[in-house]
Every structure is written in C-alpha cells, then in structure tokens.
Design a protein around this ligand. Structure first.
Ligand code: SF4
Length: 212
C-alpha cells in the first residue's frame, strides 16, 4: 500500500478509536487484516454460539471458515439447503452469544450505519446477541450520516451483483430507486453509541481498506 495512504488510514483509525472509546464501545485497533483476524478470535470465548452478518470484509478475511474450524459453535448461515433454512439460521443468530459482523459505514461521531435487505444483520446488531463484534476497515469511516447513506448507495450495486439481486443498480451501477422484492435497501440501522449495555459492542478498526 502507498505510504501516504497507509498514514491516512492509521490517522483515521486513531481518531475514530478515540471517539468510539469515549462513547462506550470496546475499541481494538489493528494495522492489517491478519492482525484483525487474530484479535477477533481472542474476543470469542471457547464454546460460544456465533452468528454472522453477511460481510465481504469477513469473507475476505476467511472468518466463516475459521469459525467453522475453531472451538466455537457457528450458526452457519452459509451452509443451508433452502431459503427457509437460511431464515431459521438468521433467527437463531438473534440469540447467539456472539454476533460477528462488518458494517456499511462509521461516522466520525462514532455511529454504526447499516442497510440490509432482510434485516437480520441490523436486528442482531441492535438487540439479541450478548456481544457484537464489528470489524471495519478505515475505508468505512465517513464524515456524517449523509456521508454514510451516500456510501451505502454507492456500494449497493456491488452487493446486489454479489448476491444476484436483479435490481436496476445491479445493471447500471447507479441507484434506480427500485421498489421490488429484490431491493437491497430495505432496513436501516443506526447505533449511536455503545453505552446502553456496557461491554456489548466491540469494534475492531483496521488501518486498511476492507470489503466494499
Ligand atoms: S434502492 Fe434499489 S436500485 Fe437503489 S441502490 Fe437500493 S437496491 Fe439498488
């Protein structure tokens, strides 16, 4: 990575970590994805049930495979025979010991902002699992909520293509403000701080561009 880009990512991580630590999140920092993965596994006690949010960041880090192979009970949303079974795993994950997820955007004020198609990730992040661990690259940090929603609109076409959703943006690369069942942009979650339940939210901030 270019030296100046790395410097900028490290500064973003430093600043965001300070802000988020001040509003109740348990914040961890990592210089790259390898260090982030090592950190992540130390935060999951042996034997825990673990739910997963859909995330390119986690997929690129090999997190689903590691959770399958390690000393945990992964609620495996990816190995299902039908959509009904997938939905059952989504529901099961709402009662997991640990929920591991990426995020669409983090504002400079420390808000986590997510948009879901099914709502499982937004729901589990807000309530249910005893601990939520968010892994985010410095590329996810935006100035404010307006920046977060702009970012979400920009990445939605890639997510639609990844998941095979036949939306206008999947063809054109731009939001067509669709109103169809395959729409990606259905449910919005904003976490304003981590103070409500002490120790529930852990955030691993990584000085790299991860995911979309
Ligand atoms: S509203 Fe529809 S077209 Fe617009 S970004 Fe979301 S899924 Fe794509």
């Amino acid at each position: 990575m270019n030296e100046q880009v790395k410097w900028r990512f490290r500064r973003i991580v430093e600043e965001t970590a300070a802000t988020m630590s001040g509003i109740g999140y348990m914040v961890h920092t990592a210089d790259d994805a390898t260090e982030a993965a090592r950190l992540l596994y130390t935060l999951i006690p042996e034997g825990s049930t673990v739910g997963l949010g859909g995330s390119v960041t986690l997929a690129d880090m090999g997190v689903p495979e590691a959770l399958r192979a390690g000393p945990w009970k992964l609620i495996d949303r990816y190995r299902t025979a039908s959509w009904e079974e997938t939905m059952a795993r989504y529901r099961e994950a709402l009662d997991a010991d640990i929920f591991v997820t990426g995020t669409n955007a983090i504002t400079r004020a420390g808000q986590l902002v997510d948009m879901d198609s099914s709502g499982n990730r937004v729901a589990a992040t807000i309530f249910g699992p005893r601990r939520v661990i968010v892994v985010a690259g410095a590329n996810k940090v935006v100035d404010d909520l307006e920046g977060a929603f702009r970012r979400i609109r920009e990445i939605a076409p890639m997510n639609c293509r990844r998941l095979g959703h036949k939306t206008p943006c999947a063809a054109s690369g731009r939001c067509g403000d669709c109103m169809i069942p395959e729409r990606m942009c259905n449910y919005v979650g904003i976490v304003n701080h981590g103070m409500k339940e002490a120790g529930r939210f852990h955030v691993i901030l990584v000085a790299e561009a991860l995911g979309f």
